[in-house]
Ligand binder design. Structure first.
Ligand code: OTU
Length: 642
């Protein structure tokens, strides 16, 4: 069969579908042009997934009708945005980009009140706002909202869908792109599909992975990881009502969707387009590594997971092309890269950079960071990294064991060391973190804690040690300086702009105490804001220092669209890289990851191509000669040609 020919023949038939909504001729023609362009790819991907089924064409027809309907419902202002983005598809590569992720309630109370916080965001320079999942979800523990009961309903505590639409408009007016979660690997057990499945409806039981006994689960289980071993062992949960085992990769109340069923693909596409039509400009694809299950594999990063995401992407290109995907693949670095492509995910979290920044802080050695970035930083020029140091989740040490091996580092021993270091069990560690998801079978764990606490501020303040406080502040600013300069969208996690410390109050809350990630999900209180306004406080130094770095980034085009090259510095404590753009501008970044001064040969400045260079952070001039340049403890230099 010739797929291209077949897809064209099929499309001609589908275009005659009379169940589509009545559109104006102009609207219909825009839709048709996009559909014709994207359809061969969409068809090929869906055919690879579902072509073997007798009902393939039925589902295809149903899908196109949904796309037409969602396009028809897409508000005019958003259609305009679609057009604007077409002429500026690489908007996320701009030096102006600065992201922030926050929980609506912790940051502002509710959605309406968040609108009043827009000036705060603007003052910081934020242009991209990721709101943690704010959909209807089970009362009590809902995995921080990642168990969705209704994608079309906002959690009552936070507001309504209308509030969210209003907020999207207000943000757009302020030049801030709204980012929402697309939690599509699973729904909550209270979603209407899951309820129907529990009531015994076969059609909906096929929306999930449900089994009468342990035979098949046990076969799968031989190859599966456990993600939250602290709450439940294994990947399945017995459901009394349905009298079946249900696949639950995460918490027992999060039911994995069955994408081998085309009805699920169609249904979730409708939910996705509903979110797109609310006015968000990026969708964060939660847990996307897990969406395709294949017996005999670990059921992560399967080829068909990519096929599915590309198919979803085509649906967006046809209906809401202003919206881009952000990949949340917190997996092996080689697998992370596979999700990043113009027709798959245009944006991706950079978990490798995140983990190795912390690794270098602990070891004071930047070799693993440098070698790993050299291997894995370059991505398609159409795409961008989302660089972060902390987020709402734990830290997992996802580096490549082979890269480590080449440096004489044993991967699993090193992970054990890092866990001990960041949970404060390693003597002399500056960090105050909490172990998370400890696996009793193999001793694995991951690390929680706020950026400031992990970087040493909590301990330093407790000990009332001014030098340690200074070091902690310098560490915090240095690691922020990396995400602000290395290339991509820097993403701050709300609270870190003020250096907030761990909040242990979750240990008293029965719906939170078993999930230590709450230690770093901290409310932005008036008290915290006040504290940060005292010039003597560490929080003041952090917030002012950070603001300065952000303004510098936004003032210089070199931080936007330009290539990144990792450089060897003649000190294993220094992380160095160069940025270079088409206009011939350059930036050299040097970061000292140790608490002792480091001397580098001034030859490193040569790459800038002039005798004299300027550190834009402190306006100091440096001369390339035969002597050395000195970096103070945890100092960063952003050097440009003078
Ligand atoms: C995501 O993370 C979210 O970021 C978490 O907050 C959710 O709990 C989870 O999905 C379920 O919705 O396990 O510890 O390998 O690490 O997708 C975080 C990828 C997680 C997973 C990641 C997941």
């Amino acid at each position: 069969m010739n797929i291209l020919l077949e897809s064209q023949r099929c499309l001609d038939r589908l275009l005659a579908d009379e169940s589509w909504p009545q559109m104006s001729q102009a609207a219909r023609s825009v839709f048709e042009i996009r559909l014709r362009k994207e359809f061969p790819k969409l068809f090929a991907n869906l055919f690879a997934l579902y072509g073997h089924r007798y009902d393939f064409y039925y589902y295809l027809q149903q899908l196109l009708a949904s796309l037409a309907q969602a396009y028809h419902e897409r508000p005019r202002a958003l259609k305009l945005k679609d057009k604007q983005r077409q002429v500026d598809p690489h908007w996320y590569q701009s030096e102006d980009m600065l992201g922030m992720a926050c929980y609506v309630d912790l940051f502002a109370g509710n959605i309406k009140q968040l609108k009043a916080k827009i000036p705060y965001l603007l003052d910081l320079g934020v242009t991209y706002l990721h709101l943690m999942p704010l959909y209807d979800s089970p009362k009590g523990d809902s995995d921080g909202g990642y168990a969705v009961s209704d994608y079309r309903k906002v959690n009552e505590q936070l507001g309504t869908v209308d509030d969210l639409k209003e907020l999207a408009k207000a943000l757009e007016k302020a030049g801030i792109s709204l980012v929402l979660d697309f939690v599509f690997n699973h729904t909550s057990d209270e979603h209407r599909w899951a309820k129907a499945a529990q009531a015994g409806e076969l059609e909906y039981q096929e929306y999930f992975h449900m089994f009468d006994d342990r035979t098949i689960p046990d076969q799968y289980e031989q190859h599966l990881r456990e993600i939250f071993p602290q709450v439940r062992r294994g990947n399945y949960t017995w459901n009394e009502k349905a009298n079946k085992w249900v696949w639950t990769t995460f918490n027992s109340f999060q039911w994995d969707l069955n994408y081998a069923n085309p009805a699920v693909f169609n249904a979730i596409t409708e939910e996705m387009l509903f979110l797109a039509n609310l006015g968000c400009e990026a969708l964060r694809l939660d847990a996307l590594a897990f969406i395709w299950k294949e017996m005999g594999t670990n059921c992560e990063n399967q080829d068909k997971a990519h096929t599915l995401i590309q198919a979803f992407n085509s649906c967006l290109q046809i209906t809401a092309p202003a919206v881009v995907f952000k990949s949340e693949a917190i997996v092996h670095p080689d697998e992370v890269l596979k999700y990043i492509a113009k027709d798959e995910c245009q944006l991706s979290y950079n978990p490798l950079l995140m983990a190795l920044i912390w690794e270098s802080l602990a070891t004071r050695n930047t070799q693993l960071l440098s070698q790993s970035m050299r291997k894995s930083f370059t991505i398609s020029p159409d795409c961008a990294w989302v660089n972060y140091v902390r987020c709402h989740d734990d830290i997992g040490w996802t580096f490549d064991d082979e890269v480590a091996q080449n440096l004489g580092i044993n991967g699993s021993d090193h992970r054990q060391f890092l866990n001990q270091f960041y949970t404060g069990r390693f003597e002399g560690s500056f960090a105050s973190g909490v172990a998370f998801a400890e696996n009793p079978s193999n001793g694995d764990c991951r690390v929680c804690g706020s950026l400031a606490s992990l970087a040493g501020l909590e301990k330093a303040i407790q000990a009332n040690n001014p030098q340690h406080i200074q070091h902690a502040i310098a560490r915090i600013l240095m690691i922020h300086s990396i995400i602000l300069s290395i290339g991509g969208v820097p993403l701050l996690y709300s609270g870190d702009e003020l250096g907030l410390l761990n909040d242990y109050s979750y240990q008293q809350d029965s719906s939170k105490q078993h999930d230590d990630r709450w230690v770093h999900r901290i409310g932005l209180s008036d008290q915290a804001l006040q504290q940060a306004s005292h010039p003597q406080s560490a929080q003041f130094a952090i917030s002012q220092g950070l603001k300065k770095l952000i303004s510098l980034r936004q003032e210089h085009a070199i931080f936007g669209q330009s290539a990144t090259t990792i450089i060897d510095a003649d000190s294993s404590h220094v992380f160095a890289f160069n940025r270079q753009n088409n206009a011939g501008e350059q930036l050299l970044v040097l970061c000292n990851f140790s608490e002792s001064p480091q001397q580098l040969s001034s030859q490193i400045l040569r790459s800038l191509g002039s005798q004299s260079s300027k550190n834009i952070i402190n306006e100091q001039t440096l001369i390339t000669n035969n002597s050395h340049i000195e970096l103070q403890p945890y100092e960063v230099m952003w050097l440009v040609k003078n």
